[in-house]
Ligand binder design. Structure first.
Ligand SMILES: [Zn+2]
Length: 1010
C-alpha cells in the first residue's frame, strides 16, 4: 500500500470512529490505548513511583544532554554509580538500533508474511528517521533511533525476530486479556522491544461520552506502555510509530488536555518543543487547530503556535509524520535510563553467525492441546542439517520431526535448535504450548459504560462469548454494588439488562464436561439513565409592550429522553418572593430532547404589569418528570425590560449653540427606532445622535422602540443660560435746553441675538437703588430691535436732570430673568451746556486790540454768535480780538447740535492809554529822522517837570527839568559825556504836570541804536 492510500484510509476511518466497536481494520492514531493502559497501571503505586523516577531521570538526562550539546561535547556515554542513578551523561551520537521481536497472534499466523513484517519495520524506521513519505514536514527530525528485527534470539542463537502464535487471542479484549497476551509469548523486555500484532482489540478508549441520545464509543488501534511493549492491530506505519513512541516514554501531545505550560518539562507531554495542545480533534493538515494559547508561558516558543497536528503523538491527524527534537531527546533519555540502558546496550540486532539457517516450527494441527494430547510439531526450518528439541530446557529429541505428549495443565516451553553439519551456526525458535482441559472462558462486552434502569431506559449489554472449547456456559452478574453474584443465565452470549444504576461485575464460567474454566471479571459502570432537564435563559426582550419574548434553552443533562409535552411555566417574581403571579402562557415542549442534548426555544408570554422586569422560568412545573436533579429546574432573570436613556440628561448651554444628543439602550435590549420631539432645531429626528441647534430651554423627548415594538421614552433637559442684557456705554447731550438726548449702548450676552420680550430702559437723576430719585424718562426695547454684533444704541430724550447725575437702568423687573445684573445700570455725570465769559469785564486802551475769551462747558457748541459784531476779529469764535475806542457790551449766544442754547455778556470799557506818546526806539545818527528822544504829549500836559535817562549801569545819561513837551530840543540827542552813547536799552523817568494841576510819573524803556 502506498502512502497516499494509507492517508486516505486514515482519513476515512476518522469519520467512522463513532461506530461503537472498532472493526478489524481500525488502525491509526485516533485509537490508541496508551492512556487507558497508563490509567490502569497507575493504580499500582509501585508503577507510579517508578514512572515518576523515570521522568525525573529523563529530565536530568535531557538537561545534561542540552548542556553537553551547547559545549559540543561528545561522544555518547552514560555513566552510572549504583542502581538507577545517573551522575553524568553525554549525548548519544550516531544511530541507535533497538532490537524488535514481532509476535504475530493470529488464527492464521502465516497470513502475515515475513515480508509484511519487514516492510512494517522499514516503515517504522522511515518514520523515526524522518525519511521517505515522512520527510515532508519541517517540524520533524531524524531521531537517530532505528529498529531491527532481532537477529539474536534470547538464547544467543540466530533468529529472524518473527514469532507466530496460532491463538484465539488474535481478538483481544483490552480490559480482560492484556495479561493473557503477554503470557502467550514474550521475549525479555530488557533486551527486546516486543510488538504483539493482533487482528483486533476490543475495548473503548476512554472517555466514552454520551451525546444527544447516543454513545460515542471509540475503538482501539493499539496500546503501549513505556518499556512494556506495544500491541497493535496492524502494521500501519503511523500507528506503530505512535505506539513505539509511547513504548519509548512519549506521551500524547495533548496529554492532560488542559493547556498547562507553567513548566514545559512538567506539564502536558513533558516535552518543550511540542506546543501545548488540548485537542484530540482532527483538523486539516494545512489548517491546524490552535487549541492552546499558553505556548509562550514556558519553553522555546516566542509566539503562540498552532497545534502540532502532524506529530505522531497527536490524534486524528491525516498527516502524522513528525517526532520533534524534544521528543527525540526524551526517547533517547528513556533508553538511557530504562533498565539501566539495557536496550541501548543490547547486541540482539547483531547476527551471531553467518549461515542460511532458520529454525522454525509450528503445532497448528493442534494449537490448543488438552492434557493427554500428543502434540505434533511441524518442523519448517530451512538450511539446517541437524536439530535439537528442548522441552522446558531439557533436550528431548534430535530428530527432524518431533511429537510430545502434554500430560498436565501447564505451559510447555518448546525450543528447536537448527544447525548446519559443522554446528558453526545455530538458529533457534521457541513456542509456548499451553495445555489445559480444553476450555478457556472468554467474553467481551459490546459496551464498556452504559446508562440503564428498569422502566426508564434499558440499555442491554451484549456479552459476547468468545470462549474456547466449551459447550456449557454460566453467566454471573453481581448486584449494583459489585457484590452478591447471581446466576444470570446459561446462554452462549449474554444480553443483559441492568435495572439499577451502579457498579456491576460480570463473569463467565465455561465448561465442557468436567473441564471448567472461569473468565476474568469485568467491571461495568451503569449510570442512572434518568432524564434531567435544566433550564437556562439566553435572552429576554420586551414584546409589544404587553408581552415578553423569552429565548431559553432546555438542557437534558441526563440520558433518557425528555419527551414532548413537558411544560415550562413562567412567573413574574423571583422564587421565594410572596404572591408570584403565573404568566400567560406556559410553554409546552414541542419535540423530544435526547439525553445530553439541548434545544432552545422562543416563547412569547404576557406580563402581569407594564414594564414587568423580573421573570422566573420553571421547567416541569407540575413535577411530572422523574429527573436526576430537581434543583436545576428554574432560571431567573431581571432588568431585561426595554429601557433607554437620553443624554445629556440635564445640561445648560448658551443659546444659539449646538449640542449632540444621544439615546442609548439602558438594558440589553437594543434600540430599533427612535423619534425625537420637539423637532425644532434637530439635525435629524429619527437618529440616535442628532445635533440640536439650541435657541431656548427645551425638554427633548426621545421615544424609542425595540425590534418588537416595545416603547420607552427618555428626556434630555437642555437649558439655555438666561439672557444677560448689559449697558455698555452712553453719550449724554443737552437737548433743547430742557431735555437730554441719551445714546445708551445695550448689548446682549450669553449667545443671545435678540430680545424675546420688551425691556425698559429707565433714566433717573440719581441712583434709585440708593435713595430717592426723579425719573427722567424711559424707553422700551421691543423684540423687533435689531442688535448688530449683539449690540444696539438706543437714543432717548429725557427730562433735564436737576442733579449732575443721570442713572440709567435696564430691565429692572428682571423680566426676562438675568443672572448677571451688575451691567444693568450705568451712572453718568451730566455737565450742562454752558458759555462762560471769563472775565466778563475788560478795561481796554482805546484802539488797542485785546483778546476776550468764552469758556464752553458741557457739550461743545455748534453755533456761536457775538452781537454786535463790531470791533471783533470774529463774531463766531470763542476768543475774538476786540479793538475799540469806545465802551462796548457784547452778547455771546451759543447752541449745541441739539438746540440747547446759552448766552453770556462781555463788557469792554476803553481808556486812553496815556497823554504821552513816547517812542521805544530812537537812532541818534544825525540823519534828521528820530535823532532825538523827547516827550511827545497831548494838550493836557503842561510841563515836563523832570526828564531823566539812565544807562544799564545806572548812570544818568540825560537829565532835564521843567521843559515843555513836544520840544525835541529839550530831549536827549544820544550823546553822553560828549560822544554818542552806546547802543542798548535805557530807562527813562518822567514827571509831568497836567492842566488840572496834578502831576504824573511815567517810566519806560527806550532802545538806542544807530
Ligand atoms: Zn497513544
Amino acid at each position: 500500500m502506498n502512502k497516499k492510500k494509507v492517508l486516505i484510509s486514515i482519513f476515512l476511518l476518522l469519520s467512522t470512529i463513532l461506530v461503537a466497536q472498532s472493526n478489524k481494520n481500525t488502525s491509526p492514531l485516533n485509537s490508541c490505548g496508551a492512556d487507558n493502559l497508563i490509567q490502569i497501571l497507575r493504580k499500582n503505586p509501585v508503577f507510579t513511583a517508578n514512572e515518576e523516577k523515570l521522568n525525573a531521570q529523563i529530565r536530568l538526562y535531557n538537561s545534561s544532554m542540552q548542556s553537553a550539546r551547547i559545549s559540543k561535547a561528545s561522544p555518547a556515554k552514560v555513566k552510572r554509580t549504583g542502581k538507577d542513578k545517573i551522575t553524568s551523561v553525554s549525548p548519544i551520537t550516531g544511530i541507535i538500533s533497538i532490537p524488535v521481536v514481532v509476535h504475530i497472534i493470529n488464527s492464521n499466523p502465516e497470513s502475515v508474511t515475513n515480508q509484511m513484517v519487514i516492510d512494517g519495520i522499514k516503515e517504522l524506521n522511515d518514520a523515526f528517521a524522518h525519511l521517505g513519505t515522512y520527510s515532508v514536514d519541517m517540524l520533524g527530525v531524524n531521531t537517530g533511533i532505528q529498529f531491527c528485527l532481532a537477529n539474536t534470539a534470547p538464547d544467543g542463537s540466530l533468529t529472524n525476530g518473527i514469532d507466530r502464535v496460532n491463538s484465539y487471542y488474535e481478538n483481544i479484549d483490552v480490559d480482560l486479556e492484556s495479561g493473557a497476551l503477554a503470557a502467550l509469548t514474550q521475549w525479555d523486555p530488557k533486551f527486546y522491544a516486543n510488538i504483539w500484532l493482533v487482528s483486533s482489540i476490543k475495548g473503548e478508549i476512554p472517555p466514552t461520552v454520551f451525546e444527544c441520545g447516543s454513545w460515542q464509543r471509540v475503538g482501539f488501534g493499539g496500546y503501549a506502555s513505556a518499556g512494556g511493549g506495544l500491541v497493535v492491530s496492524s502494521l500501519n506505519g503511523p500507528l506503530v510509530a505512535h505506539e513505539m513512541g509511547h513504548y519509548l516514554s512519549l506521551l500524547h501531545t495533548f496529554q492532560g488536555q488542559n493547556c498547562a505550560n507553567a513548566d514545559c518539562t512538567l506539564d502536558g507531554d513533558l516535552v518543550c518543543d511540542t506546543p501545548p495542545d488540548r485537542s484530540t480533534k482532527s483538523s486539516p493538515c494545512n489548517s491546524p487547530e490552535n487549541s492552546c494559547n499558553t505556548d509562550t508561558v514556558s519553553g522555546p516558543f516566542t509566539k503562540d503556535m498552532p497545534d502540532n497536528i502532524s506529530n505522531f503523538m497527536d490524534y486524528g491527524s491525516p498527516c502524522p509524520t513528525v517526532f520533534t527534537q524534544g521528543q527525540s531527546d526524551r526517547m533517547h533519555a528513556f533508553l538511557s535510563v530504562f533498565s539501566g540502558g539495557s536496550l541501548l546496550n543490547s547486541d540482539r540486532c547483531n547476527t551471531p553467525c553467518s549461515g542460511a539457517i532458520m529454525a522454525k516450527f509450528n503445532w497448528y494441527s493442534n494449537s490448543h492441546p488438552v492434557v493427554g494430547d500428543i502434540v505434533n510439531f511441524n518442523n519448517t526450518s530451512t538450511g539446517a542439517s541437524g536439530y535439537e528439541w528442548y522441552v522446558n530446557g531439557v533436550l528431548t529429541a534430535t530428530t527432524q520431526a518431533f511429537s510430545y505428549q502434554v500430560t498436565t495443565t501447564a505451559t510447555y516451553v518448546i525450543k528447536l535448535l537448527a544447525f548446519d553439519a559443522a554446528r558453526s551456526c545455530v538458529s533457534s525458535y521457541s513456542g509456548n504450548v499451553i495445555a489445559d482441559c480444553g476450555v478457556v472462558a472468554r467474553f467481551s462486552p459490546d459496551k464498556r459504560i452504559i446508562a440503564s434502569a428498569s422502566v426508564i431506559y434499558k440499555d442491554p449489554v451484549l456479552f459476547q462469548n468468545t470462549s474456547y472449547g466449551a459447550t456449557n456456559y454460566q453467566w454471573f452478574v453481581s448486584d449494583n454494588t459489585g457484590a452478591n453474584f447471581s446466576n444470570a443465565g446459561a446462554t452462549k452470549d449474554l444480553l443483559y439488562n441492568f435495572l439499577l444504576p451502579g457498579i456491576y461485575k460480570i463473569k463467565l464460567t465455561a465448561s465442557k464436561g468436567a473441564c471448567v474454566s472461569n473468565s476474568g471479571t469485568y467491571t461495568l459502570t451503569v449510570l442512572d439513565p434518568k432524564q434531567d432537564g435544566s433550564i437556562s435563559i439566553f435572552e429576554v426582550r420586551c414584546y409589544t409592550n404587553d408581552s415578553i419574548r423569552v429565548v431559553f434553552g432546555i438542557n437534558n443533562n441526563g440520558y433518557d429522553t425528555i419527551h414532548a409535552g413537558a411544560v415550562v411555566g413562567f412567573y413574574d417574581k423571583f422564587p421565594g418572593l410572596p404572591n408570584p403571579q403565573k404568566l400567560n402562557n406556559s410553554f409546552v415542549l414541542p419535540t423530544d430532547i435526547l439525553g445530553k442534548c439541548s434545544a432552545s426555544f422562543t416563547h412569547i408570554i404576557g406580563v402581569s404589569k407594564p414594564k414587568q422586569d423580573s421573570l422566573t422560568l420553571v421547567f416541569d412545573e407540575n413535577n411530572l418528570l422523574d429527573e436526576l436533579s430537581e434543583t436545576n429546574n428554574t432560571a431567573f432573570i431581571q432588568n431585561f425590560q426595554f429601557k433607554i436613556i437620553a443624554t445629556p440628561i440635564d445640561t445648560s448651554v448658551y443659546t444659539n449653540s449646538t449640542l449632540s444628543l444621544l439615546v442609548q439602550k439602558k438594558s440589553n435590549d437594543p434600540i430599533s427606532s427612535v423619534m425625537w420631539s420637539p423637532i425644532t432645531g434637530l439635525s435629524c429626528t429619527t437618529c440616535v445622535n442628532p445635533i440640536l441647534s439650541v435657541t431656548d430651554t427645551v425638554l427633548m423627548k426621545a421615544i424609542a422602540k425595540n425590534s418588537f415594538n416595545c416603547t420607552d421614552s427618555a428626556t434630555a433637559y437642555i437649558k439655555v443660560f438666561p439672557i444677560d442684557i448689559g449697558l455698555d456705554s452712553s453719550g449724554i447731550d443737552c437737548f433743547k435746553n430742557d431735555s437730554l438726548l441719551v445714546n445708551v449702548k445695550v448689548c446682549l450676552k450669553n449667545g443671545y441675538t435678540k430680545l424675546k420680550n420688551k425691556v425698559e430702559i429707565e433714566y433717573f437723576d440719581n441712583d434709585i437703588t440708593l435713595g430717592a430719585a426723579n425719573k427722567l424718562g424711559s424707553v422700551f426695547l421691543d423684540p423687533s430691535t435689531v442688535f448688530t454684533n449683539g449690540c444696539v444704541v438706543a437714543p432717548t430724550i429725557i427730562k433735564m436732570t436737576q442733579t449732575p447725575n443721570v442713572s440709567i437702568f435696564i430691565n429692572r423687573p428682571l423680566v426676562p430673568f438675568e443672572m448677571q445684573t451688575a451691567n444693568n445700570s450705568l451712572h453718568k455725570k451730566y455737565i450742562p451746556f454752558k458759555l462762560i465769559a471769563q472775565p466778563a469785564d475788560y478795561d481796554a486802551f482805546r484802539g488797542e486790540g485785546f483778546p476776550v475769551n468764552i469758556i464752553n462747558q458741557g457739550d461743545t457748541y455748534k453755533n456761536l454768535l457775538w452781537t454786535p459784531s463790531e470791533a471783533l476779529s470774529c463774531n463766531n469764535c470763542l476768543s475774538p480780538v476786540v479793538t475799540t475806542n469806545v465802551n462796548r457790551e457784547y452778547k455771546v449766544t451759543g447752541s449745541n447740535q441739539y438746540f440747547c442754547t446759552d448766552s453770556t455778556f462781555v463788557r469792554v470799557k476803553t481808556y486812553y492809554r496815556s497823554h504821552l506818546a513816547l517812542p521805544n526806539v530812537f537812532s541818534p545818527n544825525r540823519d534828521g529822522v528820530n535823532d532825538y528822544f523827547y516827550v511827545i504829549a497831548g494838550k493836557d500836559v503842561v510841563t515836563v517837570n523832570q526828564f531823566q535817562i539812565f544807562n544799564r549801569w545806572g548812570e544818568r545819561v540825560f537829565n532835564s527839568k521843567n521843559t515843555k513837551p513836544n520840544e525835541y530840543l529839550g530831549g536827549w540827542d544820544g550823546f553822553y559825556k560828549g560822544r554818542i552813547a552806546d547802543n542798548g536799552t535805557y530807562v527813562y523817568y518822567i514827571i509831568i504836570t497836567l492842566l488840572n494841576g496834578t502831576t504824573e510819573e511815567v517810566k519806560g524803556n527806550i532802545t538806542l541804536f544807530r
